[in-house]
Design a protein around this ligand. Structure first.
Ligand code: PA5
Length: 417
């Protein structure tokens, strides 16, 4: 389960928080029901809509085929077509399972050459995930990877090409014309909300993740948050708190964790909030803190720099790993660590950091029981819903991204598209 607590919220803010909570109950009710005006973007609100049993069974069958015939699987996708799957895979994939290699998320020749080098000597499949199949990064990577497949497998290469696209798109036609496996990119979900669909679940399944557990976590969170009233709804409370902080000049939210396993989840979260909320010259700027490492770099600014950051800690309750520091003959003056487990040392650092940072600004603490497939499902649905509600409070459309077009027009001009 997910819990939410707040540290360092000064008593004078409590009243204002209650006012925000009381004033926006309609925003919550509308999000719980799903607003008609966003009907082409709310396919994620019901977890089963794009991940019913039939879909999950097909994903599992394709994943099994890939696992049996390949050492590696190349996920070609960028942003919402990459981040959710990568969050889970990079955090909890077990050793000995199919290697997942990422492409379609860069235009760097160096990075792409390194990616191709990783494939040398390996049997592989590719999955091009693209909603409208106009995005430059996946489109260009798809080309070079088709060429690599053809060079290795000749005419049979097409059996190793999967594409996740929208029905009727050019990608769909390309699949029909060339005999590639086609699976649906949800027509009623934008990229960054597609974790629980073919987009996120197929790469996870290939990596050996229990995708039924991911779906179960999301569905449990959906049931909770779509029914809980304003008083008990933790996503609503989180959205209201963010709004309160924003009003008082804390315009940057730092999602921090002491578990490096969340590194790619941080990319997913950053995209979700930046692309959904940052518009109409409004919005909290999302950044992330990978601790303890970054306490030695940005920690100085957080504690002593301009007071514009509030923090949301992502904490894990249970101990899942253990490593004890034993007594050592070398007099290194670290004997105070003798017999201590890194789990407890890390927790001590975490608690000290929350204490120190909350002297300056409010800190949310979001805690999950453990890092596993089920809790990733919970986190995806929790933050997606909280983001929807938060955008409702600030009055922006959570599902469009007009700002990302400006550079593309100029880039496509320069490339002669
Ligand atoms: O959330 C979004 O809409 C975006 O981040 C897209 O997922 C991203 O731009 C990739 O788009 P596409 O799948 O069309 O290539």
């Amino acid at each position: 389960m997910i819990t939410l607590n707040v540290k360092g919220l000064k008593p004078e803010f409590e009243q204002e928080l209650n006012e925000i909570l009381a004033a926006n109950t309609e925003v919550l009710a509308k999000a719980q029901a799903g607003e008609e005006k966003y009907s082409d973007s709310l396919g994620w609100l019901d977890t089963e809509e794009w991940a019913d049993d039939e879909t999950v069974a097909r994903i599992e069958a394709i994943a099994k085929e890939v696992q049996e015939n390949a050492d590696a699987f190349v996920l070609i996708g960028v942003g919402g077509s990459n981040n959710a799957a990568r969050s889970v895979i990079e955090a909890i994939q077990k050793p000995g399972t199919t290697e997942i290699i990422y492409a379609g998320n860069t235009l760097s020749a160096n990075a792409l050459n390194r990616m191709l080098a990783q494939l040398e000597g390996k049997d592989f499949y590719i999955d091009c995930i693209a909603k409208n199949f106009e995005t430059l990064e996946p489109g260009s990577s798809f080309r070079i990877l088709r060429k690599a497949l053809k060079a290795k497998y000749g005419d049979e290469y097409n059996k190793r090409v999967i594409a996740t696209g929208t029905r009727g798109s050019r990608l769909d036609e390309v699949c029909q014309e060339n005999g590639y496996t086609f699976i649906d990119f949800p027509t009623t979900i934008g990229g960054r909300y597609t974790a629980i669909s073919n987009v996120g679940l197929l790469p996870m399944a290939v990596a050996g993740i229990d995708i039924r557990e991911v779906r179960r976590g999301a569905r449990d969170m959906q049931e909770l948050l779509r029914s809980a009233g304003a008083d008990q709804n933790i996503a609503y409370r989180y959205a209201a708190l963010r709004n309160l902080y924003y009003r008082h000049g804390w315009k940057v939210e730092m999602l921090s964790s002491f578990e490096p396993q969340f590194k790619n989840f941080f990319y997913w979260w950053t995209q979700l909030f930046a692309e959904s909320e940052g518009k109409d010259f409004k919005g909290i700027f999302p950044v992330t803190g990978e601790f303890t490492e970054q306490l030695h770099s940005i920690g100085q600014y957080i504690q002593d720099g301009e007071n514009m950051i509030f923090e949301t800690f992502l904490d894990v309750k249970e101990q899942q790993d253990s490593l004890v520091i034993e007594k050592d003959e070398v007099d290194d003056r670290f004997d105070y660590l003798n017999g201590k487990d890194f789990f407890d040392i890390n927790k001590a650092a975490y608690e000290a950091t929350v204490l120190a940072h909350s002297q300056k600004f409010p800190c949310n603490v979001i805690q999950i029981d453990r890092i596993d497939a089920y809790h990733f499902g919970q986190l995806f649905w929790f933050f997606q819903f909280a983001c929807y509600v938060s955008c409702g409070i600030t009055g922006v459309n959570p599902f469009d991204q007009p700002g990302v077009e400006a550079y593309k027009v100029r880039m496509f001009d320069a490339l002669g598209k």
